[in-house]
Design a binder for this molecule. Structure first.
Ligand SMILES: [Zn+2]
Length: 167
């Protein structure tokens, strides 16, 4: 995994972490990408989240059945996939959001879970989320991710991003 590339992707967002809330961050991502980002909770079994990039829109889906903290983590993880260019390009139905969405879903489903490229993308997305969480913690906005008023009183060492291994 190229941790430098992931860290520079986070830094290139030029986001004001002291203002972090998930909604504000999502709006910022849409501005950076210059296209609408639709974030939707769905009550489906057996998945935590997925993202789709169609001709004109970005979509993130997360599982409403999971705990709210995990829903927020999933949203960061899926934003990472969008920002790291992990969505696959499509040749068909460029003007049809629904058509390209269905094709894309099908494309992702066919990919084997132990595909090394998928594994690398998952590692990168998790690392992206960890870097973001580090910035959020350093700016005392962790309560926005943990839904706890006390989260920012817990000491967290300054985030360096050098001590993360895969897994
Ligand atoms: Zn993922």
């Amino acid at each position: 995994m190229d941790t430098k590339r992931v860290r520079s992707a986070v830094d290139s967002l030029n986001y004001g972490w002291h203002r972090f809330s998930m909604l504000h961050f999502i709006e910022h991502i849409a501005t950076v990408r210059q296209r609408p980002l639709h974030v939707n909770g769905v009550p489906l079994a057996g998945f935590s989240g997925m993202c789709l990039s169609t001709a004109h829109n970005d979509y993130i889906f997360y599982n409403l059945r999971y705990h709210a903290i995990l829903q927020l983590h999933t949203q960061l993880h899926e934003i990472a996939h969008l920002m790291l260019g992990h969505t696959r390009k499509l040749d068909l139905d460029r003007n049809s959001d629904l058509g390209s969405m269905l094709l894309h879903i099908n494309n992702r489903i066919r990919v084997a879970p132990n595909d090394p490229i998928v594994k690398q993308e998952e590692d990168e997305a998790e690392y992206f989320a960890i870097v973001v969480q580090g910035y959020i913690a350093n700016h005392r906005r962790l309560h926005q991710l943990t839904l706890s008023d006390h989260a920012d009183d817990i000491y967290m060492p300054p985030f360096t991003g050098n001590s993360v291994s895969g897994g």
